[in-house]
Design a protein around this ligand. Structure first.
Ligand code: C5P
Length: 222
C-alpha cells in the first residue's frame, strides 16, 4: 500500500499554506511546501548570479539545492546553504521570481524527485500548484482551493500589515492577477484542478471552516 497523500493545489493567497500546516499538524502527517522549493531555487540563482532565464543553469541549481528545514520551538526555519532565508523567501519579489523559474520545464523536472521524497509514513500533506496533476497523481484525496482574486489580495494585505509591512491593496491585486496569469498559462504543469480533484471556494469560509470540511472529506476517504 502506498503512503497516503492529501494534495492541496490552487492559486496564491487561497490559504493553502495555512490550511496545509493545520491539517498536517492535526493528522500528524508530514508537510511539503513545494512553493518554498521554487522560492529557494530562485534565491539560489540570485545568490550565485545565475540569470533567471538560464534554464540549464537554474535546473542544475535546483537539482543540487542545499536546503534544510530545522524545527526550533515549534517554528520551522529555512536554511539555504546553511544561511537563514526564512524571511527572504517570503517576499512578494521572491514569489514573482519563483514563478519565473517555475515556468522552465528543466527546473520542474529537477525538483520532481525531491518533492516525491517527502512521502513518508504515516502520510503527507502536499501544498502547491501541480501536486495532484503531476507530482502525486495517485493521491487518494486531491483538493483545489480557490478564492476570488479580490479576497486573496485582501488576505495578503492583512497578513503583511500584521507582519508590520506595508503594501497597497490595489498593487497586491495586480500582482496576484499577474501571477495567476503566468501560473495558469505556462505550457508545463499549468495551474488547474486535477480531473479527480474536489474544488473548494474559500472566499466566504473561515480557516477553521475549511479545515473542518477537508477533515470530513479525508475521513470519508479513509
Ligand atoms: O505557493 P508559492 O507562492 O510559495 O509559490 C511560488 C511560485 O512557485 C508560484 O507562483 C508558482 O509559480 C511556483 N510553484 C509552482 N509549482 C508548485 C509550487 C509553486 O510552479 N508546486
Amino acid at each position: 500500500d502506498r503512503i497516503p497523500v492529501l494534495t492541496i493545489d490552487g492559486p496564491g493567497g487561497a490559504g493553502k499554506g495555512t490550511i496545509s500546516g493545520l491539517l498536517a499538524g492535526r493528522l500528524g502527517w508530514h508537510l511539503l511546501d513545494s512553493g518554498a522549493l521554487y522560492r529557494l531555487t530562485a534565491a539560489a540563482a540570485i545568490k550565485h548570479g545565475v540569470a533567471l532565464n538560464d534554464e540549464s543553469a537554474v535546473a542544475a541549481l535546483a537539482g543540487s539545492l542545499d536546503v534544510a528545514f530545522p524545527v526550533e520551538d515549534g517554528k520551522t526555519r529555512t536554511l539555504l546553504e546553511g544561511e537563514e532565508v526564512s524571511r527572504l523567501i517570503r517576499t512578494e519579489q521572491m514569489g514573482e521570481q519563483a514563478s519565473q523559474i517555475a515556468a522552465l520545464p528543466a527546473v520542474r523536472t529537477a525538483l520532481l524527485q525531491r518533492q516525491r521524497d517527502f512521502r513518508h509514513a504515516p502520510g503527507l500533506v502536499a501544498d502547491g500548484r501541480d501536486m495532484g496533476t503531476v507530482v502525486f497523481t495517485d493521491a487518494p484525496l486531491k483538493v483545489f482551493l480557490t478564492a476570488s482574486a479580490e479576497e486573496r489580495a485582501r488576505r495578503r494585505h492583512l497578513q503583511l500589515q500584521e507582519a508590520g509591512m506595508n503594501a497597497s491593496l490595489s498593487s497586491l491585486l495586480k500582482e496576484i492577477q499577474a501571477r495567476d496569469a503566468r501560473d495558469t498559462q505556462r505550457s508545463v504543469a499549468p495551474l488547474k484542478p486535477a480531473n479527480d480533484a474536489i474544488t473548494l471556494d474559500t472566499t466566504r469560509l473561515s480557516i477553521p471552516e475549511v479545515v473542518e470540511r477537508l477533515s470530513e472529506l479525508l475521513a470519508q476517504k479513509g
